[in-house]
Design a protein around this ligand. Structure first.
Ligand code: NDP
Length: 462
């Protein structure tokens, strides 16, 4: 019997993480890589970390190993990658040091920018001067700019840096989370939902991302960003795009991104006025479970002059024939009573019966559909709730993102013009807030939010 010819392994892919000592790399990116390796044992990856913080090879190696295992990679695989991984202490804004790092590129490589946005921009400027090896793909973290103009500038810079836009991947890890990934098939592949996905049958849609977490030591970033820039401008608007876009002709990147862009271009403040179509609030002292939380303005690193909101809600209309007149509310905040990550689609009631409702839990992956059925008297109507949870084992969001970056699946990235649109929607709201046209409400930490902001009961509520 002749020995089976082994199938050739795919070419190794190298991942260079810039900002390898930072929070994102440690908490999300490396465990995400671990989840990818756990599902795809055959995938070959070599890893290099670069950061200005000094780390000994031993500390780096054990960090890598722990993080990969956290994501589910086997002990052997984690140890093998960790042992062969190298770490370079360098200042990425030093041209000579960056040039040296680029000189080590000798094959298909992903350059992952896990850096503060201002440093990312500067590193791109230096790379544009020194030239980027042609096998390099770039993965950039949000935020993409601070407003529409700077998002456009960043896009122009990236065009100078790489002649082929498919080599740039703008990461929004929401696009890697299973429930968000499934929104499009859910609404297009089921006759039940496909036939009612428009203004004739849908009364309103909410996308909510409420957290019980507070600042978690990130005041330096958060106090300058706030809830609108941090969550609504990126994650919630891309979720809205998936809910509201027309069905793309195919699931290729161009068709998907074109459809997202068209939906976002049609977004307007619901009342026509960004000041009255939005709400903002800030938490005051309170308690969340056992935790006592100080007033936001008394938190370390917070400056009252920044006038930062910790909860934002924006109601928009998607001015297309499909959606005209339907309010889409995007809401996100911190220090709330509980985590609540969900999309709620409310259908128009028929007669006096309870309205049907679809709730997609973006965290637990549970889907609940409330349907009006007969009550005790067949002439009456009572609600019946059907619930189901996706049992499939999914990659960590950053595992999904890394898979897409390695494999060049651009559809899971954010295209440059889509990022610009998301700023186009948020800028007038930020301007209205700056002019004091939207009052700053307050809510005690650990509450459901300010009085008067109540929303429809969520999937976990009775
Ligand atoms: P951090 O500030 O924690 O990490 C960035 C790392 O880059 C730090 O180790 C920092 O070192 C290092 N660094 C900064 N400047 C240089 C330089 N000139 N040369 C070499 N290293 C440098 O940021 P995060 O990890 O939190 O975030 C990174 C990106 O990911 C951001 O764009 C953020 O918006 C995005 N993001 C973060 C998430 C998170 O949960 N952390 C979630 C989603 C996105 P030093 O500490 O010395 O400054």
């Amino acid at each position: 019997m002749t020995a089976a010819v082994p199938t050739p392994l795919p070419a190794p892919q190298r991942l260079i993480v810039l900002g390898a000592s930072g929070d994102l790399t440690r908490r999300l990116l490396l465990p995400g890589l671990g989840s990818l390796l756990a599902q795809q044992g055959e995938r070959r990856i070599s890893l290099t970390g670069a950061d200005r913080r000094e780390l000994t090879p031993k500390v780096w190696s054990s960090r890598v190993q722990d993080a990969l295992r956290e994501g589910g990679a086997s002990s052997e695989r984690s140890a093998q990658i960790a042992q062969t991984s190298d770490y370079r202490t360098l200042d990425l804004l030093d041209e000579a040091q960056l040039r040296d790092l680029m000189a080590t590129v000798d094959g298909p490589t992903v350059l992952y920018f896990a850096l503060p946005p201002s440093i990312t921009r500067s590193v791109c400027q230096i790379l544009a001067r020194i030239g980027l090896p042609h096998q390099v793909r770039l993965a950039l973290e949000k935020p993409f700019g601070e407003d529409e103009a700077s998002a456009r500038e960043l896009n122009t810079l990236l065009e100078d840096l790489v002649e082929d836009s498919s080599r740039v991947f703008r990461v929004d890890h929401f696009l890697g989370t299973a429930p968000v990934l499934r929104l499009l098939p859910l609404r297009t592949a089921n006759p039940l939902l496909r036939g009612v996905w428009d203004a004739r049958q849908v009364e309103s849609i909410d996308v909510v991302y409420d957290e019980s977490l507070t600042l978690e030591g990130r005041a330096g970033y958060y106090d300058r960003a706030g809830a609108l820039r941090d969550m609504v401008q990126s994650h919630l608007l891309i979720t809205l795009a998936l809910l509201a876009m027309e069905e793309p002709a195919d699931l290729g990147a161009q068709a998907v991104h074109d459809a997202q862009l068209a939906a976002l271009r049609a977004v307007r403040p619901f009342t026509g006025d960004p000041g009255t179509s939005s709400r903002r609030a800030r938490y005051t002292a309170g308690s969340i479970g056992e935790r006592t939380v100080p007033d936001y303005l008394a938190e370390d690193g917070v400056e009252a002059a920044n006038d930062t909101e910790t909860l934002a809600a924006v109601t928009v209309e998607v001015d297309t024939p499909r959606w005209r007149g339907v309010p889409f509310t995007l809401r996100s905040g911190k220090a709330l009573a509980r985590n609540r990550f969900e999309t709620v689609v409310r259908f128009r009631p028929v007669g006096d019966g309870p309205a049907d409702r679809l709730v997609i839990d973006l965290d637990t992956q549970e889907i609940a559909l409330r349907l009006a059925t007969g009550g005790t008297d067949w002439r009456g109507t009572g609600p019946l709730e059907l619930r189901g949870e996706d049992q499939a084992v999914h990659l960590w969001p950053y595992g999904q993102v890394l898979q897409a970056v390695f494999d060049g699946d651009e559809a899971l990235g954010v295209r440059g013009d889509v990022a610009e649109q998301m700023w186009r929607i948020c800028e007038p709201i930020l301007a209205a807030w700056q002019q004091g046209r939207t009052p700053m409400d307050t809510y005690p930490a650990g509450s459901e939010g300010p009085t008067g902001w109540e929303q429809e009961t969520a999937v976990h509520s009775s």
